[in-house]
Design a protein around this ligand. Structure first.
Ligand SMILES: Nc1ncnc2c1ncn2[C@@H]1O[C@H](COP(=O)(O)OP(=O)(O)OP(=O)(O)O)[C@@H](O)[C@H]1O
Length: 268
């Protein structure tokens, strides 16, 4: 099999699956913790240069899907390709910003050191830090408005500031594909604006952004595409195509009131 299999699209036509060209393509991804599968046979094709929101109710498997794509959890079945290559060969092209709640913030590290972690490839095996590395890390901190916090302990920052620092670390990697797990969770409005501005800049540089996103009211303003999941793939496409009342109803079931769906959906 060479990644050129024919897939039925939603409107019944067939198309090449496009996995070769996609920054991230998942095929038949099934993930189980213990004997309980939480993500079932999910296909996903991320479009290059777009900003995609992964949306779905609590416990839908959004974080798990990202972790499976990154090889952090081992899927029961399925495969991920990154720019048409197996993950192991293209790992350097991906930057990941984990969910803030999953990080041990008491770990004694200065902000600058966290950002320097993003430069691990450039630093090489000897980890010799040169002025140009520090300058690059400072540049990334400046992009997220955190240059004045370089020598602070990461644990002493607010949630929004910590999130910005993690984004700066991802920027330092110079990746092509950015995977973010709820980047706006628990952050203040100024941080949300700073983060979305950076993500939009990345897009304008031709980079690809995929973010697990909870706030359905900002999907249209922030993202080009959506991927809907509730254990299974419930839809995928441009916001105009896929963020519909029917898709939201199918994905969230009773967890969204009809009134809310009518307010959110583009076709309601
Ligand atoms: N390490 C784990 N061990 C066992 N079960 C887990 C583990 N991580 C997640 N789960 C379970 O898998 C399911 C999917 O979790 P996941 O965190 O992927 O969902 P999510 O869509 O990201 O949820 P949320 O929006 O609440 O963050 C949930 O039922 C969760 O309890």
């Amino acid at each position: 099999m060479h990644g050129t299999l024919e897939l039925a699209t939603q409107d019944g036509r067939t198309a090449r699956d496009g996995a070769e060209a996609s920054p991230l393509a998942l095929r038949g991804m099934t993930v189980s913790y213990g004997d309980q599968p939480v993500v079932f046979s999910v296909d996903m094709t991320v479009q290059e240069g777009a900003m995609t929101a992964i949306i779905g109710p609590n416990g839908a498997g959004k974080s798990t899907l990202l972790k499976a794509a990154l090889g952090i959890v081992t899927p029961l079945a399925g495969r991920a390709t990154v720019y048409g290559q197996p993950l192991a060969q293209a790992r350097d092209r991906i930057a990941y910003v984990p969910q803030r709640a999953s990080v041990d913030w008491d770990f004694p590290t200065e902000v600058l050191d966290v950002v320097m972690m993003g430069l691990y490839r450039e630093l090489g095996l000897l980890r010799r830090v040169r002025p140009r590395h520090v300058a690059r890390a400072m540049e990334c901190l400046a992009r997220v408005g955190m240059q004045d916090f370089a020598d602070r302990q990461i644990g002493q920052l607010s949630g929004g500031q910590q999130q910005r620092v993690f984004l700066a670390r991802a920027l330092a990697q110079g990746a092509d594909l950015y995977l973010l797990d709820e980047p706006f969770a628990g952050v203040d409005a100024a941080t949300e604006k700073a983060i979305i501005d950076v993500l939009k800049d990345l897009k304008s540089e031709g980079k690809t952004v995929v973010a697990v996103h909870h706030d359905l009211s900002t999907v249209q303003a922030y993202f080009d595409r959506v991927f809907l999941i509730n254990r299974r793939r419930m839809g995928e496409g441009t916001v105009a195509q896929a963020f519909t009342a029917a898709a939201l109803q199918a994905t969230y079931g009773g967890r969204l009131a009809e009134g809310q769906i009518a307010q959110l959906a583009l076709d309601a």
